[in-house]
Design a protein around this ligand. Sequence first.
Ligand code: FE
Ligand code: FE
Length: 167
Amino acid sequence: MRIKTMDELFVETLKDIYYAEKHIVKALPDMVKKAHGGELKKALENLRSETKEQINRLEKAFEMLDVSPRARKCEAIEGILRESEEDMAAIEDEDVRDAGMIGSAQAIEHYEICRYGTLIEWAKDLGRNDVAALLGQSLEQEKNADKLLTQIARSTTNRLAAGGAAA
Ligand code: FE
Ligand code: FE
């Protein structure tokens, strides 16, 4: 499709993150199942419930803009999720796999943080502070999830160092 205006670009990008969130929510149960550390398992479970909230928020945003909620294929998230699956299947050691999964989850979070960040600025530019505020709630959740994953990464690395599994 041809994108002519900022309004159209905004909606197309909203469809991109909508696609991404919908695929993330589908990928998470397998990640939860494969996570070894309790902290990581819990964080991924929490991510799943937050992702559902984020999907609802996006549907609300489409409604506020009077556009039907449609997803637009996001090649970026497909690639990130594919790498994540490949790593999970390739790594045998549980702690090493956890470290890989944390890295994948952070790659997901960072993609979302940049998308929401852009969308929020564009929404403000387009005079839609209401939509910006709504998306801001999701951005906060993504940022907090990323911070929590960094903390879990540290304890996982410590466990690896103690167990010598990295050798
Ligand atoms: Fe999300
Ligand atoms: Fe995308």
